[in-house]
Write a protein that binds this ligand. Sequence first.
Ligand code: GLA
Length: 438
Amino acid sequence: MNKICKKKKTFIIHTAALILIFSLWLLSGCQSSMEDIESSEPVTAPAQQIDIEDSAESASDSEENSVVEEDDITDNSESIVIETPPVPSVEEDIPSLAETYIDYFPMGAAIEPFQTTGLKADLLKKHVNWLVAENVMKPDAIQPSEGNFNWENADQIVEFARKNGMEVRFHTLVWHSQIGDWFFKDSEGKPMVDETDPVKREANKTLLLERLDEHVRTVVGRYKDDIISWDVVNEVIEPGDPDGMRASEWYQITGTDFIETAFRAAREAGGPGIKLYINDYGTDNPVKRDRLYELVKVLLEKGVPIDGVGHQTHIDIHGPTVTSIIDSMQKFSELGLDNLVTELDMSIYSWNDRSDFSDDIPEVVLQKQAERYQELFEAFKEHKDILSGVVFWGIADNHTWLHSFPVNRTNAPLLFDQNLNVKSAFWAVVDPSKLPQN
Ligand code: GLA
């Protein structure tokens, strides 16, 4: 009996010891598992930053978009609930605008240098084969003060075009706007337009034309091997001013001699291979068109080397008629001149309207825009013999001068929307069978 009790006692002690050892082992195992979890990398969701105005810039670098802030790492629960708005992207599975028109004429867009990187650049590379500087080749940008030429921004656009097999057209050698005041100051620093002494007025005219000649020869000399198509003078006609000529400082000081000087200097500096244009808006208006026609006719008779007319074509969804646009081209082609559409966009408001759709542009308005674009490009294609290129004033609705002209408001004048995606207007121009009503 004692022996049996002793055996039982030994068994209980061994079992208790085993349970104790097992418990200790379990405890230490759990402890080390917990330590593993606590020391592991936290799981975090990528945080994306979208800049609405320049969405392409911010979205251009996927690494930048997945940067995780330190604050996110310290609190896992917060970092995984961050909302990630969709990254705007260039649509790949759609036709290229420029390739669609390859048998007709080049398709271009006006751009700023910052658009040569990121998604905006991708959009340009896919859809256009012509570029124009929206601002950086204007006189004040190229020669802000006498003798100081600033090439950096203009070069950036020329370089981007060269790398991507695109052409550039130059805008603009002469304009009354966006030009340094220094051009129009006499040798004593006084405004030339105020001069009343006929002898001094003549000296001022000579000085101004010399400055112009120097500007044109320097700029054309630099880019003549890169750029074929040039806007030489911009917006010199104004039917409301005396003689129908814009009463700019250019005109008040030199008459029409500034136009002649600019074209002749451009031809001499660039040679016979470059194409020289006189550019203006509202050329569909018969009064303005006819005054421009008269001017060009007289200049051509004097041997001024003008190759063509640039029709800016800032139009809206209500007007002008497509017929009036084509009629104007036809009229200039009778003088043996080429035609270009140089600054095309289509406001969603009529000329006198100052209202603002804000973020809520009615679908019917965008439909109307598409219909107008379709009609316009059908006419352009039909008249490709008298039209040798079309340039949009911008590429997508996130960047257009019409957001601030004539008032600050939302506008949507182009073929791509604020997120660089196609609008009905794109399909109207590229493949109308894709439009909802067809
Ligand atoms: C005119 C000029 C362009 C541009 C637009 C508005 O059409 O020719 O250079 O300035 O106005 O942006």
